[in-house]
Design a protein. Structure first.
Ligand SMILES: Cc1ncc(COP(=O)(O)O)c(C=O)c1O
Length: 465
């Protein structure tokens, strides 16, 4: 007999705790019921300033009316047309909008997926097919996703892959040019960091994976989950040179850094480096699930039909939303706003770092555009830090260590306090880092408010000891 549940749960929150997979972590308890611009509203009525953007997704704020309307209109026209059966117009209109904003004009052959991880898988697969080689080089500290290939090239935290090895074989890594990754002092210059990482790459190619076996190098132009660290241009240029020398594909993962997040369409553009494959997602659809990879036609023309595909790959509603996102980015002066707000954010954070009472707790303020990280120093009295004998980032005489991201350490406590004061904000990496990912169209007033909440939270946490 068919039964129906006539008793819907009274307490939805409790229902969620019981029935949602425990493997999903969460920073807030309530149920999010509405998103409007830079704010989200919970079921208890609380309205929070959202400086997470759903982890770098809602770059134009929540439920942007033009984007939502484009999706709604497409819903009434054609929701799904599987890409191996027929192309649909929004798929092609999206390509039309994306070609002019690519970091290099050679990038002219697109494939759309749903999530960043899927796009990473497609990029790795394509690099192997293009080169007929197996091995992949990635960066220590990198995050590329949670599927098996993406997990294999993810080196930011063990939580993502612990207990499920072996992952995709043939993966090697070098340190990202981030002082932590090479245990160098915090003020190490970009040149030294770049030279160090490129030297490690050359060693790797001489000692562990021969260029003839190496299909691709995959890199985030701004390390995201690994700590919000922009790569120096000279590092990316060095990677390009080594790839050119050996016929290795350079895969640039702009899933988090793309679509205005760093003040330009793509973070890699400024370096002048040409990606062989570019990966995009998140800001592309402003919340509608869409990702993509783009490469050169001369390469993708060699693929056999059927090597790329997927039931929902390049969904019509998501593509229509992404077309609208693209228009709004241009028509609403989003880049200009992002650059102006970025200056204000850096000014506020650097003022905090210069504050005599709390500045010593801040190890580093860094980032690009509105992808900004603050790294805290942990007092040596804390139990949760990297071992004292090896941490070179601060002088031995310093009362601080580079700390571990731990609930009892400063970054986590500051993030928690910000949430209590009405602002969503995230930590990131295994270190003590807080990341700012506000909407690119955040107002001056809301940026001021966010900076004030952060400053108050830091002061209170430091005073509490
Ligand atoms: C740089 C980067 N690549 C890939 C991914 C994976 O994307 P998704 O979570 O959509 O699978 C992420 C997600 O945070 C990311 O930041």
């Amino acid at each position: 007999m068919l039964t129906t549940n006539t008793n819907p749960p009274q307490d939805l929150h409790e229902f969620g705790v019981k029935h949602v997979n425990h493997g999903v972590g969460r920073i807030t308890e309530g149920i999010m019921v509405k998103g409007e611009g830079s704010y989200v509203v919970y079921d208890n009525g609380s309205r929070m300033l959202d400086f997470t953007c759903g982890i770098g997704v809602t770059n134009l704020g929540h439920a942007h009316p033009i984007v939502s309307k484009a999706a709604a209109d497409q819903c009434m026209q054609l929701v799904h047309s599987q890409c191996s059966i027929a192309l649909h117009e929004p798929y092609l209109r999206l390509i039309e909008r994306l070609i002019p904003v690519m970091p290099d004009p050679s990038l002219d052959s697109f494939f759309f997926w749903n999530s960043g991880s899927e796009a990473v898988e497609a990029a790795l697969k394509m690099a192997k097919l293009f080169t007929n080689r197996q091995n992949i080089i990635c960066m220590q500290g990198a995050y590329h996703g949670r599927t098996f290939g993406a997990m294999a090239v993810t080196k930011s935290k063990t939580i993502y892959s612990a207990g499920v090895h072996p992952l995709m074989p043939g993966v090697y890594s070098i340190p990202y040019p981030y002082w932590h990754q090479s245990n160098l002092p915090v003020d190490t210059t970009a040149s030294v960091l770049s030279a160090n990482s490129l030297y490690q790459l050359e060693l790797l190619l001489a000692q562990q994976t021969s260029p003839a076996d190496t299909a691709a190098i995959i890199v985030e132009p701004v390390l995201g989950e690994g700590g919000y660290v922009p790569a120096p241009a000279e590092f990316l240029q060095g990677l390009r040179k080594i790839c050119d020398k050996h016929g290795i594909m350079l895969i640039i993962d702009e899933v988090q850094s793309g679509f205005g997040r760093t003040g330009d369409w793509f973070a890699v553009t400024e370096s002048g480096v040409r990606p062989d494959i570019l990966i995009m997602a998140k800001g592309l659809g402003n919340g509608f699930p869409i990702s993509g990879i783009v490469s050169r036609r001369e390469l993708t023309d060699k693929l056999k039909p059927g090597t790329m595909g997927g039931t929902y790959a390049g969904n019509a509603v998501a593509c229509a939303a992404a077309v609208a996102v693209n228009k709004v980015m241009v028509e609403e002066n989003v880049f200009e706003n992002a650059r102006a707000r970025s200056k204000e954010l850096f000014a506020a954070l650097n003022a905090l770092k210069a504050d005599p009472t709390i500045g010593s707790h801040i190890l580093d303020v860094r980032g690009k555009g509105l992808m900004v990280g603050v790294e805290f120093a942990t007092p040596k009295t804390s139990e949760h830090h990297f071992s004292s004998h090896s941490a070179a980032s601060l002088p031995a005489s310093s009362p601080y260590h580079p700390g571990l991201n731990h609930p009892e350490n400063i970054a986590s406590r500051v993030a928690k306090k910000c949430i209590e004061k009405g602002m969503l904000i995230l930590t990131t990496s295994v270190y003590e880092v807080i990341r700012f990912i506000p909407p690119l169209n955040v107002t001056e007033e809301d940026m001021k408010k966010g900076c004030a909440i952060f400053a108050e939270s830091v002061k209170e946490v430091v005073m509490e000891g």
